[in-house]
Design a protein around this ligand. Structure first.
Ligand code: SAM
Length: 282
């Protein structure tokens, strides 16, 4: 019998993946975690019925969330990752020798342990000596710091369940405070395409605009997230992601990437007209 994983994008639209096997399922105190094995996307995992990470396209998300800020400030040394328990963001960060500390704050330890078991390539650098893992709520964790981090990456779920508080004005204010005076915040910025996601995207952007000196949005295409058209927020105290782009410096590092490059860096900030309008009116 053929088994299909189905995800509802809206009431009128869904996405199906043919799966070979439903490998694992667990309800934790925070969310329901499922792992599947498929021909098209390899092993993938979902939280509460939404695709998080799969072996085939995770490089797009993780390269774009990390290399964009690193090519703007290659001097980054202390990084806080909130969420991101699959380890993909940490893996990309560990490629930079100049980074001295990566604090990973994941509310659900089971995500980390299961990804280490079923998605070992994504989770492969969680044991790097520069990584400190904290299994607690990122909303509380960030309150403890003042001017400490060069970069905060919010690699979160959507604004539902435990991820809801990661899209609030209080949380963004606390991130601002936890960053030093050259700090950069990158956050999961939802998608402009379907109405619900677009509303969340506008709300997140409006809040950040009120706090940070510079707020930009950049896009990437993610085949397994609703509509395939997704955004990250770039918020900074001093850096403009285009005029402060250190492309030659980044290229000299010689990192091999599959999606990110210096042209994509610039191009990803060039947004379609309808998205620009949404952000202007946010
Ligand atoms: N790439 C994914 C996406 O956008 O679909 C996101 C990665 S997923 C692993 C996000 C993680 O954020 C989840 O493992 C979840 O447990 C964690 N998370 C949600 N709310 C959190 C919070 N308040 N503090 C820390 N981690 C949180």
């Amino acid at each position: 019998m053929t088994i299909w994983y189905s995800e509802n994008y809206t009431e009128n639209c869904k996405f199906d993946i043919k799966v070979n096997r439903h490998i694992y399922s667990e309800q934790t105190p925070f969310q329901k975690i499922d792992f599947f094995e498929s021909e098209e996307f390899g092993t993938f995992f979902t939280l509460d019925g939404f695709m998080m990470v799969n072996e085939k396209d995770e490089f797009i998300y993780h390269e774009m969330i990390v290399h964009v800020p690193m090519a703007v400030n290659p001097e980054i040394k202390r990084v806080l990752v909130i969420g991101g328990g699959d380890g993909g963001t940490v893996r990309e960060l560990t490629r930079y020798e100049g980074i001295e500390l990566i604090d990973l704050v994941e509310i659900d330890e089971r995500v980390v342990r299961l990804c280490q078991e079923y998605l070992p390539i994504t989770a492969s650098k969680l044991d790097d000596s520069r990584v400190r893992m904290h299994f607690e709520d990122g909303i509380e964790f960030v309150k403890k710091y003042d001017g400490y981090y060069d970069l905060i990456i919010v690699d979160s779920t959507d604004p539902i369940g435990p991820g809801e508080g990661l899209f609030t004005i209080d949380f963004y204010n606390n991130c601002y405070k936890a960053l030093n005076d050259r700090g950069i915040l990158i956050n999961q910025h939802e998608s402009p395409y379907y109405e619900n996601d677009a509303q969340e995207m506008k709300r997140a952007h409006a809040k950040l605009k009120n706090i940070f000196e510079i707020t930009k949005v950049y896009q990437y295409h993610m085949p397994t997230y609703a509509s395939g058209h997704w955004l990250f927020g770039f918020a900074s105290k001093v850096y403009d992601p285009i005029s402060d782009h250190k492309d030659k410096e980044w290229e000299r590092l010689g990192l091999i990437t599959k999606y990110y490059n210096s042209n994509i860096h610039v191009g990803s900030f060039m947004l379609p007209t309808y998205v620009q309008k949404m952000l202007e009116n946010a």
